[in-house]
Design a protein around this ligand. Structure first.
Ligand code: FES
Ligand SMILES: [Fe+2]
Length: 433
């Protein structure tokens, strides 16, 4: 179920911009000079001013994936997420989820310094100012203070909402409204996996030495998938191709894919699961691509044989052979939802040349490690794949930093990369005016 979580307008403070508009003039020119069909100019990946503009225009405006409910299963559970200059506390409450700026209203200290935990009230570690789960300041020991109105010093809030167990946040005063429509698109695909009733089996954090856009671009194409031998066992090597683009050496794989796809669609029809491709990467504000596609081999999971990696089905799914429901949501996340586990990926930019990628493996909450699943096997394929992708991203970041770099042309199979860049350019030009 989509669940809108109300935020108190009275305590949602304005977040000051880090730089003045004038400083974005050069950035605006970069966008105006962008060559369509080609990769971006180097400063988009290397320039701190562009990064600052991205933080305002993209990460300060759009809905971001923060965490799943499986990471904060009980009231009081929280995770902190940091991106660019921001730090947010994502707190489970009795009513839903609150997103609070992790900046103390006394002198600005980080209120919570752990990446995750459980807390009743939120107590700043510096002078012990204490906030409740709504962010209201409830205690500040200050002997002798008389003119001190605690009500004026609540933690600032961001918008948050939960859709199908996924928690999204938005820093904008007025969040983009088309997320309502996008939620309606993806909820029927995601909800059957019952993420809210799953548990975290493992979480991995990788700091990639690359700009956040390179991380997202790399994820939008499989032109490089020869570099993923583990993933190749379960992913058809024809992903991203259309029939006319299939080279002779992949014709067998193409046919295998067509057969598996027909069988998967029959199963989806039987169980009432949507599988159609919805691809609106550069045609709406919350760019999305979602589909359910077959897996190679046994077609159940990301293993070498395609066989299941957890014995427990998620939610009330009734079949292991459901392939992978894959979702990309701009600007910062992608997901693979299988019958036996879900993997969520979130990209949190650190600066212009570093990005944190947080990968979380979820299994049914009654799945027992060592009995129903083996953690090494469960995580093997994507641990390997993530390290390979990190290397690809870092190769590009190094190239972008070289004076010899100039934008190169996108190949046909890279149309989704181009769509992502189109989306980014449109959103930033709207923002920069
Ligand atoms: S900075 Fe948080 S209590 Fe002083
Ligand atoms: Fe990859």
């Amino acid at each position: 179920m989509a669940q809108a979580v109300k935020t108190k307008t009275s305590s949602r403070g304005k977040v000051s911009p880090a730089r003045s508009e004038d400083q974005f003039a050069a950035v605006r020119t970069l966008f105006e000079n962008r060559r369509a069909g080609y990769s971006l100019d180097a400063p988009f990946y290397t320039d701190p001013e562009v990064f600052a503009a991205d933080m305002k225009g993209i990460f300060g405006q759009h809905w971001l994936f923060a965490a799943s409910l499986a990471e904060i299963p009980e009231p009081g559970d929280y995770v902190t997420i940091d991106y660019g200059p921001y730090s947010l506390i994502i707190l489970r409450t009795d009513e839903g989820v609150n997103a609070l700026h992790n900046v103390c209203r006394h002198r600005g200290a980080r209120v919570l310094t752990e990446p995750a935990g459980t807390t009743g009230n939120l107590v700043c570690g510096y002078h012990s100012w204490t906030y409740d789960a709504e962010g209201s300041l409830i205690h500040a020991s200050s002997p002798g203070e008389i003119n001190f109105d605690k009500a004026c010093f609540s933690l600032k809030r961001a918008h948050s909402r939960v859709v199908a167990g996924l928690v999204f946040v938005c820093l904008a005063a007025e969040p983009p409204a088309d997320f309502d429509e996008v939620s309606k698109i993806f909820e029927p695909y995601v909800a059957p996996h019952e993420i809210a009733n799953a548990k975290v089996a493992f979480q991995q954090e990788l700091i990639e030495e690359g700009n956040w856009k390179l991380v997202m671009e790399n994820n939008r194409e499989c032109y490089h998938c020869d570099g993923h031998p583990e993933l190749a066992c379960s992913l058809f090597p024809t992903w991203g191709l259309t029939e006319e683009l299939v080279p002779p050496h992949l014709e067998d794989a193409w046919q295998r894919n067509v057969t598996a796809e027909t069988a998967l669609q029959e199963r989806c029809n039987r169980y009432g699961l949507p599988y159609e491709v919805v691809e609106e990467l550069d045609t709406r504000i919350a760019g999305i691509r979602i589909s359910r596609e077959p897996l190679d081999g046994a077609g159940e999971s990301f293993s070498a044989t395609g066989r299941r990696l957890s014995k427990k089905l998620l939610g009330d799914l009734r079949d292991f052979r459901l392939g992978r429901c894959s979702m990309h949501l701009q600007p910062n996340c992608w997901f693979h939802l299988l019958s036996d586990h879900v993997i969520t990926f979130a990209a949190f930019p650190i600066n212009e040349h570093q990005t944190l990628v947080r990968t979380t493996w979820l299994v049914a909450d009654d799945a027992v490690e060592g009995v129903d699943y083996d953690l090494e096997s469960l995580t093997y394929t994507w641990k390997q794949t993530n390290v390979q992708d990190k290397n690809f991203v870092e190769m590009c970041q190094q190239g972008a930093a070289s004076p010899a770099y100039e934008p190169g042309p996108y190949m046909k199979s890279e149309y989704q990369v181009e769509a992502f860049i189109n989306w980014y350019t449109q959103r930033m030009q709207e923002h920069l005016g």
